[in-house]
Unconditional design. Structure first.
Length: 694
């Protein structure tokens, strides 16, 4: 038995973008385009109709976009996503009989062939389309098509032969007269056959009965902050203006102008929940706490409650809601930390011991990453028999804080929990709250990080902290922005965290902090700093070879002099303003690297063609020495006419330069400003149009 559709002749292959055969959705933000390409072909030489179909998943009807032939059987079209949520797209194609007929008719006319019968064949196709229009309720189109078909049929009786001529001369005269008349009649019929209006009507009512449609693919559409964001991490307990006093949410409110003044839009708070006392860590991660030690915020749970409670020293739920509201007034959004682990004092340990793994002696297994031990933390056992109840309870933690107005969550170590759990949880939450943003704190192997992104995490920490030389930065960010990875993985480049004080920052001095800030804020669209240690140039490690801060806020209160003269506060504010004012820096796409003749100089550009915005960055990667060299810009790639001069405006110093051609010289002293951030003007008409000369 033949169980295939024998009349379906079209093949659709190599559709892009598509992740793992459509298993996972690609990502976009509102207003972005989805450019779709596909190989579409059939046997023989028939012409094809090819459409890109797309719709918001909540809409029943598809929108259609004709796909443009790129050559070699490759087709392309795009659509714009206009709302948050889940969207669908696919490609459909069919053998287009009228388009084939019209193409071949044109060729026959150019070859001087008799096309009388071809016109009748075309009229038959148009009559069929008129019937389809009538069946679809498009009566006006049906009438127009029927009239056009009759127009092509005119003169069909004029092709008869002359019978019984009196003599050969009379026959020749009759044939000549007929041929002249047919030629006069043919010209308007051909104009009608090749008319664009007819082609549009036939496209509208083409026969798609044997169309081939690709599988439906998905797009997760999120708000703009998912694509472009500037994060500032801060411990609320260290916000007190009085040394030694535990900070409160009200102290955080007082510090909001400081954070907003530096141009950040997300304020991320480490866990704000009660902290356990059993095996509480002391200063500098001491296994023994002294009286008054505040412990690690990630050892969640105590007599005052667990993941849905607030540490009493910070304030009340009402204080927290007030913080959220006041942050919004300053253009800031509060991001909460979610860490699925418990201190031994957490209510879950007493109420649901079945959710934790037991050791042979019957005690609960604490967290380990041998040889490291975390006796103050119990991880959940996701393989326990009561896993369904555990999953529901963990989701209820998100539900609780969603109810308090939180829409951004930084998730601690998601790669140590089952992938299937995250796919379920994020799907459940996104269904009801499509505006929620999840940041994965997953400093782990690349394949794990990329899988979490496919499963739904909005952004992820990346390897930027440890990418310091030109080759590393070029290779890594090329991979993140130009390969299939970019369809699902949005990097968030953090310069430091409470766990990460890199060797580069420990020994590079102030220039290293400036250099890394500019790199993180311009290579990617989303980045973050842990402050105030970053802007105050905190670089003391707990011990040699460690990335742990000495006197870390993870284990004790700290007091910071925010007005210290060495602060990078002003530079951070400037860099964030440059980011806000230049659309090219608000997306991970458009990043291109350009060669230099000095390994210590990294040159790259970002462009937003729709906004006519191009930024060229040149960064001195050596924090200790002046570096100079020649860079080679690909002006054609940037959309510039290489034969004309153009102006570059350094947005960090205000200086302006007139450049000619792609090869230009730069010199950067890291002790002053270790980078140029040039905004490039496409045309300079004269010296009078160049501000530098005025």
């Amino acid at each position: 038995m033949i169980d295939v559709e024998g009349k379906q002749r079209v093949v659709i292959d190599r559709v892009r973008p598509e992740i793992d055969g459509g298993r996972f959705a690609i990502k976009r933000t509102v207003g972005e385009k989805v450019a779709v390409e596909a190989d579409v072909f059939t046997d023989g030489h028939d012409a094809l109709g090819c459409l890109l179909l797309h719709r918001d998943e909540r809409a029943a009807a598809w929108s259609e976009v004709p796909m443009e032939a790129l050559g070699n059987d490759r087709f392309r079209a795009d659509f714009t996503v206009t709302g948050v949520g889940r969207w669908r797209y696919t490609v459909t194609a069919w053998v287009h009989a009228f388009k084939t007929w019209r193409r071949d008719l044109r060729k026959r006319v150019e070859a001087g062939q008799d096309v009388a019968l071809d016109l009748l064949a075309g009229a038959a196709l148009i009559h069929q389309a008129a019937e389809r229009a009538r069946a679809a309720g498009r009566k006006a189109d049906a009438r127009v098509l029927a009239g056009l078909a009759r127009g092509l049929e005119q003169g069909r009786g004029d092709a008869r032969e002359v019978r019984d001529p009196r003599d050969a001369r009379e026959a020749r005269d009759a044939r000549d007269a007929r041929d002249a008349r047919d030629a006069r009649d043919l010209e308007p019929r051909l104009r009608l056959a090749l008319d664009d209006e007819l082609a549009q009507l036939m496209d509208r009512h083409t026969d798609r009965a044997q169309a081939c449609t690709y599988r439906e693919l998905a797009v997760i559409v999120e708000r703009a902050r998912a694509r472009f964001s500037s994060w500032y991490e801060m411990f609320p307990r260290s916000c007190s203006p009085e040394p030694g006093r535990h900070g409160t949410f009200r102290d955080v409110v007082a510090r909001l102008p400081y954070v907003a003044g530096m141009g950040f839009d997300v304020l991320y708070l480490p866990p704000i929940h009660p902290i356990g006392f059993t095996h509480r860590k002391g200063k500098n991660n001491s296994p023994v706490a002294e009286p008054g030690d505040v412990g690690s915020p990630w050892a969640i749970g105590g007599p005052a409650g667990g993941h849905k409670a607030i540490l009493p020293e910070l304030g009340t739920a009402a204080d927290f809601r007030e913080l959220i509201a006041r942050a919004r007034d300053h253009g800031l959004e509060i991001a909460m930390d979610v860490a699925f682990q418990c201190s031994p004092d957490h209510p879950y340990v007493r109420e649901h011991p079945e959710w934790f793994r037991k050791r042979p002696d019957g005690t609960i297994q604490y967290a380990e990453n041998p040889p490291k031990k975390y006796e103050d933390i119990y991880p959940f056992d996701f393989e326990c028999e009561a896993w369904r109840e555990l999953w529901q309870e963990l989701k209820s933690i998100f539900d609780h804080w969603l109810g308090e107005g939180i829409r951004i969550f930084r998730v601690d170590n998601p790669h140590t929990k089952p992938f299937v759990f995250w796919e379920w949880l994020i799907g459940e939450i996104k269904r009801d709250h499509p505006d929620v943003i999840f940041l994965a704190e997953a400093f782990t192997r690349p394949k794990l990080m990329y899988r979490l992104a496919k499963l739904g995490f909005t952004q992820s920490y990346d390897y930027f902290p440890w990418r310091t030389n030109r080759w590393e930065l070029t290779q890594y960010f090329t991979e993140l922005t130009t390969t299939e990875i970019a369809e699902s993985f949005r990097p968030s480049s953090w310069l430091n965290t409470p766990d990460i004080l890199t060797e580069h920052l420990q020994f590079g001095g102030r220039p290293a902090f400036m250099q890394r800030l500019i790199l993180a804020a311009t290579l990617g669209a989303s980045y973050g700093i842990y402050g105030p240690p970053f802007e105050l140039l905190e670089n003391r490690a707990r011990e040699r070879g460690s990335e742990e801060y000495l006197d870390s806020e993870k284990y004790q209160l700290r007091h910071w002099d925010l007005d210290a003269p060495h602060s990078l506060r002003d530079l951070i504010a400037l860099v964030n303003r440059v980011r806000r004012e230049n659309p090219a820096l608000q997306s991970d796409s458009g990043l291109r690297f350009h060669p230099t003749d000095n390994e210590q100089l990294l040159c790259y550009s970002k462009s937003a063609p729709a906004a006519d915005n191009v930024i060229v960055a040149v960064v001195n990667l050596d924090p200790h020495h002046v570096q100079s060299g020649w860079l080679e810009l690909d002006l054609a790639q940037l959309g510039f006419d290489g034969s004309r001069p153009f102006q570059v405006h350094d947005l960090l110093t205000g200086a302006r330069y007139l450049w000619s051609g792609g090869r230009n010289f730069v010199q950067l002293d890291p002790r002053q400003t270790p980078a140029h951030l040039f905004r490039v003007r496409r045309r300079v008409r004269s010296e009078q149009d160049f501000d530098y000369f005025q």
